[in-house]
Design a protein around this ligand. Sequence first.
Ligand code: KG4
Ligand code: ZN
Length: 364
Amino acid sequence: MSAVLTILGIESSCDDTAAAVVRGVAGNARVLSNEVFTQTDEHASFGGVVPEIAARAHAEKIDHVIENALMVAGMTLKDIDAIAVTAGPGLIGGVLSGVMCAKGLCAATGLPLIGVNHLAGHALTPQLTDGTAFPYLMLLVSGGHCQFLLVEDHDTYTRLGGTIDDAPGEAFDKTARILGLPQPGGPSVETEAKLGDPKAFSLPRPLLNRDNCDMSFSGLKTAILRARDDVIAEHCGLPTPIRADLCAGFQAAVTDVLVAKSRKALQAARSIAPDVATLAVAGGVAANGTIRSALKALCAETDTEFLAPPLALCTDNAAMIAYTGLVRFTAGMTDDLTLSARPRWPLDQKSPTMLGSGKKGAKA
Ligand code: KG4
Ligand code: ZN
């Protein structure tokens, strides 16, 4: 039985400055604090995350967020066994803020340093929240990520597919902008979609017939743009009920693609690891009720457990980084002060490089 560890985690790879304290052993740990400072307001008027603004905001806030995380956990650095920090992938200025801060703390205290892949943090969250046994399938769907990961152990990941262009959250945000709805687009499109008819417009389901787990969402957003322009030309404006139909149609198309590709990903995962019993989702888009229900139904049909961690641990946070650090530390995987920040860092080194970069940086 390994020793109980207390790990401080630091996350700053995108637009959330986060710190958390996690205590326990691999497979059974508790979140003692989980502090997040979100920069949404700083970026709101720019229609996306501005890397320079993000980097400055991280540098300004990071030490306060760490202090808060320690205070909420009722601890000081003397109670901590090691410091885990996101070392990539993400916006380089943000990742550097976290890595430099963690290095400074480790140099001053002598604590071990652990560089964590942000995607590994998301991928291991089901273990932190529910002690989910390996192997399992993870669908990561947010504003910056979209991929299927077969998680066989804390260091063995296979990327089974992902988006070749926009992430779904990004498509929700762009659709909201096209239709004049507030940001973030996901919740506003979902609310509007409740009032609309998902079949009123015929929208594309890109790559649905391709026999792999890759997805594409940018064509869907373009289809919404065209449909909106046609409606405006015909009605001299965008009537509210038609706007609701467009939202419902868009959401139904995203849902269909995610469900069809999850079905393929489950098959692909089980062809590699037949014991896969769980489909876990993470990322902001996992908050969407229609998408959740459709994935739940798919799981019921395919004899698979469906797992959606609490939203605070689904979206970007430092508890997942602290937990991944705990697991790596237990396995003797630490870093030294030469740890570098990596803007691109695929979890599965064997998988082909993803195309393009999204609103929140590289889709690693
Ligand atoms: O994981 P997250 O908080 O941040 C990163 O992208 O890293 O995800 C935010 C994304 C945004 O694009 C937002 O529009 C989307 O998740 N989102 C949703 C919903 N809530 C948030 N998308 C669809 N339906 C929702 N209810
Ligand atoms: Zn993330």
